[in-house]
Design a protein around this ligand. Structure first.
Ligand SMILES: Cc1cc2nc3c(=O)[nH]c(=O)nc-3n(C[C@H](O)[C@H](O)[C@H](O)COP(=O)(O)O)c2cc1C
Length: 176
């Protein structure tokens, strides 16, 4: 059983802490885990060249194809992004846009997805952000099985809450 987490945060902050804790929980049940920080990867912007429409593959040769193959082959995909203006971060949105060649891939259909989106500006904003985040797995016909959107602002806030860390560990155990 594989659990892959993809982090769209622009910093080593709350999203990464939450993802790592979820992965720890999954690993405690024997899952094979991996965390990909998109900021550490070379994922270029979609150029809208429509190469994917013409030949079914993307013209850009960067880190994205390898990340996509890992996504297609994982049992559970954990996607993390901070809430930026009631939406996903620019890094996560860029990653999502690169899925234009792959969103109909049958390997994605029914795949279990967990969405993780901390936000610092209250419940309403966090709910709107999560609604936006959910569009991507829905379009790919993946199945959102868990979502977590805690109120967090400062970069090291997540790890200070034992309750939240336990919640994430438990979530990781449930999905493994
Ligand atoms: C550019 C920017 C925009 C943000 N917009 C929102 C927002 O609309 N709603 C919200 O709840 N938090 C917003 N935040 C706060 C972050 O979501 C919050 O600090 C989060 O914990 C960051 O996660 P990270 O530490 O993984 O980067 C924003 C932060 C930044 C830097």
């Amino acid at each position: 059983m594989k659990v892959l987490a993809v982090n769209g945060s622009h910093r080593k902050g709350n999203t990464e802490t939450l993802l790592k804790r979820i992965l720890d929980g999954a690993a405690s049940k024997g899952a094979q885990i991996e965390l990909i920080n998109l900021m550490d990867k070379n994922v270029e912007n979609c150029k809208a060249c429509m190469g994917c429409e013409e030949k079914g593959t993307c013209n850009i040769t960067d880190d994205f194809p390898k990340i996509f193959e890992k996504m297609a082959n994982t049992d559970v995909l954990v996607l993390g992004s901070p809430n930026y203006f009631n939406n996903v971060s620019a890094v996560m949105k860029n990653f999502i846009d690169r899925m234009n060649a792959h969103w109909k891939d049958p390997r994605l259909e029914g795949k279990k997805v967990v969405l993780v989106m901390p936000g610092g500006q209250g419940k309403e904003s966090r709910e709107k952000g999560m609604d936006a985040f959910e569009q991507f797995p829905k379009i790919c016909k993946m199945q959102v099985v868990e979502r977590i959107s805690p109120q967090l602002d400062l970069p090291k806030e997540a790890q200070k809450s034992q309750k939240l860390m336990q919640e994430c560990f438990g979530l990781g155990k449930r999905i493994a």
